[in-house]
Design a binder for this molecule. Sequence first.
Ligand code: PMP
Length: 398
Amino acid sequence: VFSTVEMAPRDPILGQSEQFNLDTRPVKANLGVGVYFDDAGRLPLLACVQAAEKAMLSAPSTRGYLPIDGIAAYDNAVKALVFGADSEPVQSARVATVQAIGGTGGLKIGADFLKKLSPDAKVLISDPSWENHRALFSGAGFTVDSYAYYDAEKRDLNFDAMLASLNAAAAGSIVVLHACCHNPTGYDISPGQWDQVIAVIEARGLTPFLDMAYQGFGHGIAEDGAVIGKFVAAGLNLLVSTSFSKSFSLYGERVGGLSVLCTDKEQASRVLSQLKVVIRTNYSNPPTHGAAVVAAVLNDPELRALWERELAQMRLRIKAMRQQLVAGLKAAGVRQDMDFINRQIGMFSYSGLSRAQMLRLRNEFGVYGTDTGRMCVAALNPQNLAHVCQAIAQVLEG
Ligand code: PMP
């Protein structure tokens, strides 16, 4: 029965990490994966998470099945974070939120739900986008196209082309948008540009699906979430996936969610019932630990304040690394203007380096980024920065 099974391609980023771990050179840097490391190059275990876990250990709980849609206190905290606790949609109970297995799980629940609802709709993702968007929505049975986003020549957004693609989209298409900290480019559209995108979505009758994997990593929790308020103000229905992998440094716990903004409370209860069918038929119900930790932190004023401080530290460290990277590249002899790195936001920088240059970085200098030129700024630190700058300078100027 398995004789015709073909070997699937290796995941390009995770495959590279394996190669990195086998690399015996003393100075090397893994800028390939999208993970935040601290100044010492370590994956942080946040103090707010440790405090919540300590409290949980002192009052151990049994591990029965959770409800299909997850821990209620968690779902409510996600809703409040995404829409605002006092916002009209939350107050009028027209948001259906479910706990999901990471942000990926939130996207997949949404994709399966939409496929049943609009089987013939096309899905549009940005060009380029997070690798898994295309695979995930194709896997759910959709035809996936892209909308223009990045201009490689200008090393900048191509907003006019983005608007033009959205204007040309078939009515009813599903548009996947990065709420903040665009992966892989690092370029976000401005609040004014969001207004224009929303106007097109409304005019063309498109279904917006926001992927919010980095809330708090851009400008701040409220600032990064402000885009949601714009969709609410426009009176649109929308889906939002949430991930706490980065913002809580809880990658392996797989904590995320999906929120669907409906027209009214009664519609939200129907939508919720369908999301539960999707979950029930996939994995029945979600795991307990990670969501319990996040709920404990978000629902406790002191722990929440601690989380906000820790998140701000991560955000500011990335910004500092961007500045030091730009300055370091200049000092290392790079003549071209690299200041665009400071205009990018979130974990990543689209460096503008070609595939051949990225290969040289990896092979000659042990500096690992993706073939597309994406580098994780959040993996830079005072120990590896000078080496990375020297290596890029050699590749660009040498
Ligand atoms: N969307 C985007 C844009 C991402 O960058 C990521 C994580 N790399 C995800 C979704 C998935 O998040 P999670 O690891 O929580 O599934």
